[in-house]
Design a protein around this ligand. Structure first.
Ligand code: ADP
Ligand code: GLC
Length: 492
């Protein structure tokens, strides 16, 4: 099979810029596909310090685009930690800002997000049409989430163009802007329609991606089904149901070169499934020391790492806290987000200083130590397109406790008597979004934890589950081919 030429567009990619799982996927999937013999290149904005992660850096082209007062530069480099060509769109007025790519220090969206990601999308579309004097053009542009949603729309205006695939990582973030912004961006009027990017009198970059791409995908089979319903569709269920034949659910993989307890430089003691019991305990003690919790192996320790937002079921955990704190358990939490959740968690931590460890920050090293040092990992998500932490947890022998939704339902096999006997269970799963169900499930886990030999078996089994990208990358290659075929049939 001939090597496919793919331009992978994302607003974040590990290790260059990360706020969540999108970065993990964008940092790992392109190189996993390249391993299969293809030519995937990543394109993203140039944020402060982006160049630190690249070698062979060169400025290749300057471009003058609508929406930019000055010329923007395209920088090309090679990602140092993987064999991957990266293009950076360098426009300091928009992207050279400290902190998050989406929000300012007060937690509010940058006021010019519409302009910033429209410019990024214009740059990507010009490059992919071969109009930027690069010595390379893609056959397909793979767009990810609302920040790239205008790319398929802009490309749809051309008769000769690369194919477009739009992947939904989270339907709840829709890139909504008002009509005045639409006018300000000078987008073609044909876009403003119910069959276009208009969404309840606003413009939605997400909807633009959903409407104008040749094919669509999302990050787990269960989320694919869910987003076609009004409960999970965030208002997009109509469009998605209409396009069901074009919509694919491909489960995310994880990058075992970054998330592997056998080689992880960010944890205190390395381990594998053969020495997990002893060596994991060292990491647990390090974690307890870090948070000033009483040291010891016998008290079960539950970890949680994530954005502190409603999606992650933090409210459910808070409601369960009084009852949870009556049990013999320690819990460590790392995250940042919603101020009310942060305050409520701080209050709980002050009240139960010997049982709760809390860090309200973004801390990569600590995230790894929590995976390595916890006995169990909690994800009581309200919805979860895929979720990566439950898969990291499995790899670290840290038994996930998850709600049965989205990718969590697809990756964790619930403990039952039968599934312990036939050795298929990998974690604890609950269905109802209720404090009671959460508590009952945590109690089930704590109960099994006292059965040391059964728990050891569970840890080893979890560690051997294969969630590698190698296994899943081929599914994207197949979808790329389908999409390219559809595009060339349409342009005939
Ligand atoms: P989402 O993308 O919805 O945030 P995922 O489970 O897909 O959820 O991915 C979250 C990623 O972000 C994981 O790699 C997780 O370790 C990381 N992460 C989230 N919050 C933090 C934090 N406060 N500190 C360090 N890493 C974090
Ligand atoms: C989103 C989702 C998360 C998913 C990640 C990567 O941020 O919230 O569930 O794992 O994207 O696809």
């Amino acid at each position: 099979m001939a090597a496919l030429r793919i331009l992978y567009a994302s607003s974040e990619a590990h290790p260059i810029m990360k706020t969540g799982g999108l970065a993990d996927v964008s940092g790992a999937l392109p190189s996993a596909i390249n391993q299969l013999g293809h030519d995937v290149r990543l394109i993203m904005p140039a944020y402060p310090n982006s160049l630190d992660h690249l070698s062979d850096v060169k400025e290749i082209v300057e471009l003058d685009l609508m929406g930019a007062e000055k010329s923007l530069k395209i920088i090309q480099g090679q990602l140092k930690i993987a064999n991957l060509t990266v293009y950076l769109i360098d426009y300091p007025e928009f992207f050279d800002r400290p902190g998050s790519p989406y929000i300012n220090q007060n937690g509010e969206d940058w006021a010019d997000n519409a302009q910033r990601f429209a410019l990024f999308s214009r740059a990507v579309s010009v490059i992919s049409l071969g109009l930027a004097n690069l010595d390379w053009t893609p056959e397909l542009v793979h767009c990810n989430d609302w920040q790239t949603g205008l790319i398929p729309a802009l490309l749809s205006l051309q008769s000769e163009r690369p194919a477009t695939l739009f992947t939904v990582h989270n339907l709840a973030y829709q890139g909504l802007f008002d009509r005045a912004t639409f006018e300000d961006l000078k987008l073609p009027n044909v876009f403003w329609s119910a069959d276009g990017l208009e969404f309840f009198d606003k413009m939605s970059y997400l909807k633009s991606g959903l409407v104008y791409s040749d094919k669509l995908s999302t990050v787990s089979p269960t989320y694919k089904e869910q987003i076609c319903t009004s409960e999970y569709g965030c208002g997009m269920e109509g469009i998605l149901s209409k396009r069901i034949d074009d919509l694919h659910g491909i489960l995310n993989g994880i990058d075992y070169s970054t998330w592997n307890p056998g080689s992880d430089p960010l944890i205190s003691k390395l381990y594998s499934s053969s020495n997990v019991t002893l060596n994991k305990l060292d990491n647990k003690k390090e974690l307890q020391r870090y948070f000033g919790l009483p040291l010891g192996g016998n008290t079960p320790l539950i970890g949680l790492v994530g954005r502190l937002v409603e999606q992650k079921g933090i409210d459910l955990l808070l409601a369960a806290m009084p009852e949870l704190m009556k049990l013999n358990v320690q819990i460590v939490l790392l995250g940042s987000g919603n101020k009310e959740f942060e305050t409520a968690l701080k209050r709980q931590q002050k009240k139960h200083i010997k049982k709760i460890g809390l860090k309200l920050a973004y801390d990569e090293r600590l995230a790894h130590l929590i995976e390595a040092g916890s006995d169990m990992f909690l994800m009581p998500s309200r919805f979860e397109p895929c979720g990566l932490n439950q898969m990291y947890s499995l790899r670290y022998g840290t038994i996930p406790i998850v709600r049965k939704t989205g990718g969590l339902a697809d990756t964790v096999i619930n403990v039952s008597k039968e599934r312990l006997e036939n050795e298929t269970a990998t974690g604890f799963v609950f269905k109802q979004l209720q404090t009671d169900s959460l508590l009952k499930t945590i109690k089930r886990a704590l109960n099994l934890y006292t059965n040391r030999s059964e728990w050891r078996k569970l840890m080893r089994r979890a560690m051997l589950v294969d969630n590698s990208w190698e296994k899943r990358a081929q599914q994207y290659v197949d979808l790329y081919q389908l999409t390219i075929k559809k595009n060339s049939a349409n342009s005939k």
